[in-house]
Design a protein around this ligand. Structure first.
Ligand code: ZN
Length: 82
């Protein structure tokens, strides 16, 4: 069965965990600290890849948008029109 990864990554920035569709640097597992990212909540933020940053709570706007994207990807076309 084909697994398609979600087209976004979680990125801690400005005290919240955001989701961004920005490409990460090659081979990076996370956006390095200081990377300029444009998360789903449409702010311009600087990534914070410190250890504690991953414990921040999720940005509500990014969470809602990430769920919408995930539903779009994983819902068969026949279900979408309901
Ligand atoms: Zn956000």
């Amino acid at each position: 069965m084909l697994y398609r990864a979600h087209p976004f990554h979680w990125v801690p920035a400005a005290g919240l965990r955001h989701a961004s569709t920005d490409r990460r640097p090659d081979a990076a597992l996370a956006y390095p600290t200081g990377t300029s990212v444009s998360p789903l909540c449409r702010q311009r933020l600087s990534a914070d890849n410190s250890e504690l940053a991953w414990l921040w709570s999720t940005c509500r706007d990014c969470d809602a948008e990430a769920h919408r994207i995930a539903r779009t990807l994983h819902t068969p076309a026949t279900e979408r029109s309901k």
